[in-house]
Ligand binder design. Structure first.
Ligand SMILES: [Ca+2]
Ligand SMILES: [Ca+2]
Length: 350
């Protein structure tokens, strides 16, 4: 299902685990109202860009080498992360940052590509879609002033006609002065089109997760909020304490890189992988990168792909997915304001 899922289906179920926590803190939130931070598009970012070190290697500009290795994929915090499974990956080049608005603008200028969120909605594929969801658009996060309906996600997620990568918050906003921010409101089709234009690919979930580990051993079940990542401090979705200095998306590269030199693998924008989503790990998911991804089978959620790393909206009371092993499914034809991507190049040698 397309946008209809947003208001009726799996999203509500997906967040059930956090709803009770959100409900419990409503009273505290009311008490804390004087501290609440008003989120508006004009305050989405605090800096135009963060400086990155020189790109010292020239073989693959803007990319870093991720060596081959064997590891255990998955985690034990949410059900869809398990059971942990052995995986091995070959070495590859990976974008050291999320694809930015500037990067994506070059692709659009060169190709004239029109993203999913800018196209007419295919109502034949979604015959029951409410009229307000039939217009081209994207799902947009807006912090509610208060939670009048408990943990109902529709209080902070709204399908916004006219929102897309050029206007990721609401149609009236733009990406002017946001060149260095990750492009969002992107679907897997859009990400694949960009990657193909670059001569790159999208990572598998295993490749992405191995890269995100940055050479560190897995610490299963560790839900400590990372310091070097753009996440949400305070009570999501109404109180952002801004400890990390970024209210919404941050320019890429504002936080320290991991051991491979990759920035913002955790937090900032969720990142699309090329793997179909099933709500558990399975040995059959270890599809070789040169083979088609695993397709539908019992238990699979049709049309959803794995996204990784969490986003600026992940908070201790909600979506503790600021971990390499965390994962979610994202509809293939639904753009949202917290999902972006990065690309990679498979290579036999560095
Ligand atoms: Ca933040
Ligand atoms: Ca990210």
């Amino acid at each position: 299902m397309k946008q209809l899922d947003l208001v009726t289906g799996w999203r509500l179920g997906r967040w059930t685990a956090t709803v009770s926590v959100v409900s419990i803190v409503i009273a505290a939130i009311v008490i804390l109202r004087p501290q609440l931070t008003s989120l508006s598009p004009s305050t989405i970012h605090q800096s135009v860009a963060c400086s990155l070190p020189p790109d010292e290697q020239s073989q693959q500009p803007g990319m870093v080498w991720v060596p081959d290795g064997k590891f255990t994929i998955g985690d034990t915090v949410y059900q869809e992360e398990g059971p942990p499974q052995p995986r091995s990956v070959n070495g590859f080049w990976m974008d050291r940052t999320e694809v930015t608005n500037k990067d994506f603008s070059k692709f659009i200028a060169a190709t004239g590509y029109v993203t999913t969120a800018e196209r007419p909605v295919d109502t034949t594929a979604h015959p029951d879609l409410p009229r307000e969801l039939q217009l081209p658009g994207s799902v947009v996060f807006t912090s509610p002033a208060e939670l009048a309906r408990g943990g109902d996600v529709r209080q902070w997620w709204k399908y916004q006609a006219g929102a897309n990568w050029r206007h990721p918050d609401v149609p009236a906003t733009s990406i002017v002065n946001r060149d260095a921010l990750p492009v969002v409101a992107i679907t897997i089709e859009d990400a694949q089109a960009y990657a193909k234009w670059k001569g790159h690919q999208l990572p598998t979930e295993a490749e992405w997760e191995w890269a995100a580990r940055g050479g560190q051993a897995a610490t299963l079940g560790n839900v400590e909020q990372p310091a070097q990542a753009n996440t949400w401090q305070g009570r999501f979705p109404v109180n952002n304490q801004l400890t990390d200095g970024h209210l919404g998306l941050a320019p890429v590269g504002c936080f320290a890189p991991n051991g491979y030199g990759l920035y913002d693998m955790i937090g900032n924008a969720w990142e699309i992988t090329r793997d179909r989503f099933v709500p558990f790990h399975d040995a059959r998911d270890n599809t070789p990168p040169d083979q088609p991804p695993v397709v539908e089978r019992p238990g699979s959620l049709a049309g959803r792909y794995v996204i990784k790393g969490g986003s600026y909206l992940c908070a201790p009371n909600y979506c503790m997915r600021y971990r390499a092993g965390a994962r979610q499914g994202q509809e293939s034809d639904l753009a949202t304001s917290h999902v972006g991507f990065r690309t990679m190049v498979r290579a036999t040698t560095r």
